[in-house]
Design a protein around this ligand. Structure first.
Ligand SMILES: C[S@@+](CC[C@H](N)C(=O)[O-])C[C@H]1O[C@@H](n2cnc3c(N)ncnc32)[C@H](O)[C@@H]1O
Length: 284
């Protein structure tokens, strides 16, 4: 029988702590995130000794939709609320306000959770991140799920993904679409290294020369990035299985949620997560 994600309440209480504002489309991200995280944590419980959740762009733990909208729990707190909690959590953010609010919220929600905070720019502290995970060589089988949720392409370097991929790790990555659409001319300028860093090589320029009449720049960046991850042995998931999220008002592409796994099982969970997170299914 196929596993099924548990029900969840995304609503967060107002707690006076630092809370960034987000767009109305954020709930779609949280629904898919929740479904995958919950399926992963439950289904891998008896197969691995330690299940680790790594949030590279963790935020403050709560968000508010618009100026006057509802408060929601962000990805680190959702990951702490899965029915069979992960054995270990690693949270990174470069904003000290986020890390400080997140610590307090985690302390209130799950004071006994095994959590490591790694403040700073994820691309410059990757070795600290890897060290914050359970050590290798302890005889324990460790499997991680990592979510990368950058605002813009420049926030995530491919070297970070490559370093983390040395461990057993599935990735869910938010691949910005609006950013490359808006800044296409800037990023195509030879002086810009934003796309080089995001995809891990300047070789994309030549390929874009051959493909620019066939696809939009944001689709090309997502496709090239997915191809780069597949070179690390991530043969399951990828662009064809990603979810394109559009803005509620103008229906413009905002980002894609891509998934990358080295295992067939990961792809199966992702497919289920996609199905259950569809609001029309009304299952959450
Ligand atoms: C879209 S928010 C993520 C929110 C979180 N995943 C959630 O759902 O609640 C992006 C976060 O990444 C942080 N950030 C941006 N660039 C970063 C970087 N290079 N390294 C670490 N954190 C970064 C920002 O401070 C912000 O809190």
């Amino acid at each position: 029988m196929n596993p099924r994600p548990s029900k969840v309440d995304f609503a967060a209480p107002y707690d006076k702590l630092y809370t960034p504002e987000v767009g109305s489309w954020t709930k779609e991200k949280y629904r898919l995130f929740w479904c995958y995280a919950d399926l992963f944590a439950t289904s891998m419980k008896d197969k691995w000794d330690q299940r680790v959740y790594v949030d590279l762009f963790a935020g403050a733990g709560h968000v508010r939709v618009g100026e006057n909208g509802p408060y929601l729990r962000g990805t680190p707190l959702l990951a702490l609320r899965v029915v069979h909690p992960f054995d270990w959590y690693v949270f990174c953010d470069q904003d000290p306000n986020c890390i400080s609010a997140l610590r307090k919220r985690v302390e209130r929600l799950r004071p006994s959770a095994e959590v490591r905070y790694v403040p700073g720019d994820v691309n410059h502290i990757t070795s600290q991140l890897v060290k914050a995970m359970p050590p290798l060589g302890s005889g324990k089988k460790v499997l991680a799920f990592c979510f990368a949720d950058p605002f813009r392409l420049r926030d995530l370097h491919f070297t970070t993904i490559r370093a983390l991929a040395q461990r057993y790790m599935d990735f869910m990555v938010l691949i910005p679409a609006m950013d490359p659409r808006r800044n296409e001319a800037t990023y195509l300028d030879p002086s810009s290294d934003v796309v080089d860093l995001f995809v891990g090589t300047p070789a994309w320029r030549e390929e874009w020369g051959n493909k620019q009449n066939a696809m939009t720049f944001d689709t090309f960046v997502a496709e090239f990035f997915s191809g780069q991850i597949s070179h690390l042995g991530y043969t399951h998931g990828g662009l064809q299985d990603s979810l394109l999220v559009r803005s509620t008002e103008k229906n413009l592409p905002l980002y894609r949620l891509g998934f990358y796994s080295r295992h067939e099982l990961g792809k199966r969970f992702w497919k289920e997560a996609r199905r259950y997170s569809n609001p029309q299914m009304d299952l959450l």
